[in-house]
Design a protein around this ligand. Structure first.
Ligand SMILES: [Ca+2]
Ligand SMILES: [Ca+2]
Length: 218
């Protein structure tokens, strides 16, 4: 099994810098955590929710932060693909359910507070799984990640294509299902696009709610 992440270090205090327009990263809600929907569990017991399988989300797609907040209110977060096993498990479900693409928790650390030396250059060393605060391997280490070898301008990902064409920076990580006839793999995409998403149970949020509401079964 390949590992797609290394310890990143705390960035909690920097949360605001990532979210323009006054939007915030939302806190878990005890009632929503207690009634969270789990569609499937991996053998280690971790629960996942697939937005397209949830009747109340039929036709709903979210931008990256909207996806994170939907999940976080339920003690989950956008999926983090820290290992090749989990990556393949998620990709199998995207293919089986014929979903075009999904959001993950992957994000480029390109905001205030990302000046740390080990994150430079940002385009290579600046990607991390926000949900678990773990850094991805350098984008140049193609064996330790699943970035596509192609994309909209036939360049290996991440290519920041949209910004190069005069649009927004591509600083969020989506899994695309053969969208560019390039297989099922990772792409950097501008975070404002709306997509289906996968929530993964988040140990830190579950612990927080269990501790603060010991009388509630979470
Ligand atoms: Ca994970
Ligand atoms: Ca791209």
């Amino acid at each position: 099994m390949k590992i797609f992440a290394v310890v990143f270090g705390a960035l909690f205090s920097l949360a605001c810098a990532q979210f323009p327009g006054g939007r915030i990263l939302e806190s878990p809600d005890v009632a929503l955590c207690a009634t969270r929907v789990i569609h499937e569990r991996t053998p280690d017991g971790k629960g996942y929710m697939f937005s397209w399988r949830e009747p109340s989300l039929r036709g709903v797609e979210e931008d990256w932060l909207g996806g994170r907040n939907y999940c976080r209110k339920r003690c989950m977060d956008l999926v983090s693909l820290e290992t090749s096993v989990e990556n393949e498990w998620i990709k199998q479900r995207i293919v089986k359910d014929k979903v075009k693409y999904i959001w993950t928790s992957g994000r480029l650390c390109d905001f205030k507070g990302c000046e740390r030396a080990d994150l430079q250059p940002i385009s290579i060393n600046g990607w991390f799984w926000t949900a678990v605060l773990q850094k991805l391997a350098p984008t140049t280490d193609r064996r330790q990640n699943d970035w596509s070898s192609s994309g909209g301008i036939n360049k290996p990902q991440p290519d920041n294509r949209e910004a190069q064409q005069g649009g927004a920076t591509e600083n969020c990580l989506a899994v695309l299902n053969n969208f560019y006839k390039d297989g099922v793999n990772w792409h950097d995409v501008a975070c404002h696009h709306r997509k289906p998403f996968v929530c993964e149970e988040n140990e830190d949020l579950l612990k927080y709610i269990r501790y603060s509401h010991p009388q509630v079964k979470i």
